[in-house]
Design a protein around this ligand. Structure first.
Ligand SMILES: Nc1ncnc2c1ncn2[C@@H]1O[C@H](COP(=O)(O)OP(=O)(O)O)[C@@H](O)[C@H]1O
Ligand SMILES: [Mg+2]
Length: 385
């Protein structure tokens, strides 16, 4: 059986990691500063499937090579309070600390701090079940983290705390301010902590918010699609050392049609390798698998975007899909819908917020992906049946 080197939906194996050079460079520069006691933090934002988790996993492997302690927390809907967050963070740090003590030579105080039965890492001893309203004070978490740092500073260059799916934190009132307070104070005490947060964040989206104190603290970067060179890398790296080959025509087709979207590239690669009757994937294999690929993308990606839209918004999407032009003026859509521009402009704004539309310039919009356009045409056809 041939091994399929593409895995859509799975975090990319660091060996197959493509692109993101400027983000990696920035991380390395920040990390170097953190080790010297000059704290800098990093936020990665971007749409679903664009590669946020893959990037922070890659950064995790870089920091671990330098023997840093790296703690990765995945947020989800169950994190509905700062208490839950603080508890999860401390318990992850304890686990990583234990693992670290087994891997490397550490001091006795370090080892004791992370021992299974040690209670020193609990926030409030027995009273840990606080009601939701009784939020813990930021100084309590800060004190714990500061204690931890002091006991391991001699052994560890830095502690990197990664928080993925951080959009769930946005739902907890004041969470980012709280985190900022905790880590700003820790920096004043020369504790070498670095935060890397990532997710579909709305926190830094608007111009005003890009200049906010929070943004200055978290240094957000927006992850986008790959350029042509990076897309090629994302296709070729998994193929190298695999049992498959791809013709240039096929590679160029994938680059063109995926528009450099990392998840979409993986889906193409996966189905082509999965269903290829031969070692060499040529255009005939590509054509034979095309319907399956589009079907998978529709189910795994595009239908989510579509079903997030309200009925009125869906109508806008369909009108956009049925226009020959890719970039469309809002006035033209208004005419087709028999409405005035001001009557429908809020729908465009909402669709931009939901990532289905991209605003290309004033009053002009396009669908977020060319294949999403194809999907929408099909949806309409299916609804007529
Ligand atoms: N740098 C990369 N190089 C190659 N493939 C990538 C890269 N980043 C992401 N991918 C692929 O894209 C898909 C989505 O990536 P993921 O990190 O889960 O995105 P997100 O966390 O933004 O939703 C995965 O299947 C992964 O294999
Ligand atoms: Mg992710």
């Amino acid at each position: 059986m041939k091994l399929n080197p593409f895995m859509p939906g799975r975090t990319i194996d660091p060996r197959f990691f493509a692109g993101r050079e400027s983000e990696i460079k920035k991380f390395k520069m920040f990390y170097r500063n953190v080790k010297q006691g000059n704290s800098l933090h990093f936020a990665v934002q971007g749409d679903r499937g664009i590669g946020k988790t893959s990037l922070i996993r890659y950064l995790e492997s870089l920091a671990k090579t330098d023997k840093a302690i790296v703690v990765r927390l995945d947020m989800d809907a169950s994190f509905d309070s700062l208490n839950a967050f603080a508890k999860a963070l401390l318990s992850k740090i304890r686990k990583e600390g234990q693992r670290y003590s087994q891997l490397f030579k550490v001091s006795e105080t370090f080892r004791k701090l992370f021992q299974e039965r040690s209670v020193s890492l609990d926030l409030f001893g027995a009273s840990i079940e606080l009601s939701k309203k009784e939020q813990i004070q930021s100084f309590e978490l800060q004190d714990k983290l500061s204690e931890i740092w002091l006991k391991m500073a001699k052994n560890v260059p830095a502690v990197v705390i990664m928080i993925d799916e951080a959009e769930y934190l946005e739902k907890i009132e004041g969470a980012f301010q709280y985190i900022r307070n905790v880590f700003a104070r820790l920096a004043e005490e020369n504790c070498c902590y670095m935060l890397v947060i990532s997710g579909k964040l709305t926190l830094f989206r608007k111009i005003k918010e890009i200049h906010s104190p929070l943004a200055r603290f978290f240094n957000p970067v927006e992850l986008g699609s790959f350029n042509e060179k990076e897309s090629r890398e994302a296709i070729l790296k998994p193929l190298q050392g695999s049992e498959f080959e791809m013709s240039n025509t096929v590679i160029n087709k994938i680059i063109e049609e995926s528009e450099g979207h990392p998840y979409i590239i993986q889906v193409y690669g996966f189905y082509l390798c999965e269903n290829s009757p031969k070692k060499n994937i040529d255009i005939s294999v590509f054509n034979a698998n095309y319907p399956i690929i589009l079907d998978s993308l529709s189910q795994q990606l595009f239908s989510d975007y579509y079903h997030l839209a309200s009925n009125a918004e869906k109508n806008i999407l369909k009108l956009m899909a049925n226009d020959d032009k890719n970039t469309i003026q809002i006035v033209d859509v208004a005419k087709k819908a028999g409405k005035t521009t001001s009557e429908i402009s809020y729908l465009f704004e909402r669709l931009v917020e939901k990532d289905s539309l991209i605003k290309t310039s004033r009053g002009k919009y396009s669908l977020f992906h060319g294949l999403f356009k194809q999907y929408l045409k099909q949806v309409e056809y299916k609804e007529y049946l």
